[in-house]
Design a protein around this ligand. Sequence first.
Ligand code: FCB
Length: 457
Amino acid sequence: MKNLEQNIDLTFNYSKADFGEDFLWGVSSSAFQTEGNHDKFGKGASIWDEFSSRKKAILNNDSPNIATNFYENYKDDIKLVKALSIPFFRFSISWSRILPNGTGEINQEGINFYHDVLDACKENNIEPFVTLYHWDLPLELEKKGGWTNRSILEWFEEYTSVCINAFKNKVKYWVVLNEPSVFVGAGYFLGIHAPGKKGINNFLPAMHHSLLCQSIGFKTIKKIDPSAQVGTTFSCTYITPKTYNEKDIKAAERIDTLLNKAFLEPSLGLGYPIATLPFLKHISKYTLKGDEELIKVDFDFIGLQNYTREVVEHHSYTPYLNAKLVPANKRNVDSTLMNWEIHPKSIYMMILKFSEYNGVKKIIITENGASFQDEVKLDIINDEKRVNFIESYLQQVLYAKEKTDKVIGYFVWSLTDNFEWTEGYKQRFGLIYVDYSTQQRIIKKSGVWYKKFLEGK
Ligand code: FCB
């Protein structure tokens, strides 16, 4: 493993101390994107295994089968977290590695694996921050309708109990779901993520059931371990209208409601935002008596994940929303390789918006980062752009912190480069470069930047 320390001169506009002593600093990853070995060690298939084997589903036909082989490299990767002086490591558990069929029979090898990962964290003095569900539903459950089937309430409760009973002595921080709006929207409405389902009749039940599971997951964890700190993560995007024209303003309001409110407000007891998005009233088809109560959660913290801003214009032909996004490359703005606008102020705006809710007690930025074309020269990875991205977003987190003491932590996405869903290996978000042909790791300039920052140098 090589790093750049000798070759770079680092400057900081602010310091770790400005965030206060109790601020939580971390780095994040997820099971499907890193573990590889999806068909080994007793693991059952997940919807992403099936989806990624479909023709043209993944850019360049990249296969997730090896990924960063975290399953076999976890010890070294966790040592890297330590080498970068990062106190918190967020990773997720693969449901079908624990329960190959989603329910029932437990795969002891899977349980042992996560024990090993947690032990490695402990040996390195790293606090684990564990996500129960980061998009990789067991395929067997999808065959029964997946998130659209209300039985998922029981399936998820079973999975949660198995995990908490197994790992409660080693994990204090739990995340129930990663970005329900994204896995429901992309997977059950647009059909562009696993399981590739489309339309409102999939979207609405999946949405409702995911929010109920969020609450059930929380309650199940607290019942088994009342001292656990439990949250869930929300993707959020700062939205602005393309023009000040009334129609664009209204269109932006609808998108803002869908992306930033619809998956949060019901949990806070505010109900679905039907006034702005009337199509959500059809959720009543999937609602049972008592759901309004069941859906409420008093989370210890909310994970907020903001990468960008979107500009919205009115568009009559888009069903339900009458709105469309104006992509970054049509707006002449700086953007990342994902074509996401670089807009640091977004994270500031979203922290302030979320902090206005009484029910949101604490906010942790559980993901933030960027993919760029890294400059690779011999063993040196110069990713100045990523350094600038993280530095400027973090500056805005600090500004937000001066306005609200609800924001208590910041985690970079991601530890290593990894399998970026439908984008495969093209997108590299890591602080650590992965050479996929040799599995060699090289710390990028951004990794060194984060390390020095965390060490207060
Ligand atoms: C988030 C996902 C994460 C990763 C980043 C880039 O939406 O939670 O898995 O793909 O985006």
